[in-house]
Design a protein around this ligand. Structure first.
Ligand SMILES: [Cu+2]
Length: 177
């Protein structure tokens, strides 16, 4: 019997079991503590019926862009409704214009739902330092709910390469105290 080889084997078994336990705890932590969910069906929409220039004529919920108060009794305080199109996020404040960077102001201590879709190609929607990281697909509605606990400025970026102006697709989420 080679005792040294057995010791090595035991060591690797313990290391393997430790990695499995650590990863399982990390998954549990992401679900329970960080509130990260698997994507579920959030609805479809025909991108040909959407307009940036005249959002009021868009199908619900894209008929009102920007920060939209939720009705009483809803699980969120408000929604942030955005249209993604080459190459920016449209929050409605300067409908039809191209170039301005959206700056979205929301109050701290609230629960928000981001609602997005794309008019053209696949975009990404990431809010740095918040649990918001989603893909925005034409024809599909993207919904992400997040608790806005900490005041501050959060950078919004498109993290899905979407064409020559991809680097201009960003914005700021300002969580006010
Ligand atoms: Cu992009």
């Amino acid at each position: 019997v080679n005792l040294e080889a057995q010791d090595w084997e035991r060591g690797f078994l313990v290391a393997t079991a430790t990695v499995l336990v650590v990863l399982f705890v990390a998954i549990l932590g992401s679900v329970v503590d960080a509130g990260i969910d698997l994507p579920a069906d959030a609805g479809q929409i025909d991108p040909r019926k959407l307009s940036i220039a005249d959002p009021a004529a868009n199908p619900v919920p894209f008929n009102e862009l920007g920060v939209v108060a939720a009705a009483e009794g809803e699980p969120v305080d408000f929604r942030v409704v955005l249209l993604a199109a080459e190459w920016r996020f449209f929050a409605g404040e300067e409908a039809g214009s191209r170039g301005a960077i959206p700056r979205i102001e929301v109050p701290a201590g609230s629960r928000a739902e981001f609602v997005l879709t794309s008019l053209d190609t696949v975009h990404g929607f990431l809010v740095a330092d918040l649990a918001v990281n989603a893909t925005v697909i034409p024809g599909q509605i993207t919904r992400v709910t997040v608790d806005l606990d900490r005041p501050g400025e959060y950078r919004i970026v498109c993290h899905e390469f979407c064409g020559i102006g991809h680097h201009t697709m960003y914005g700021v989420l300002e969580v006010t105290p």
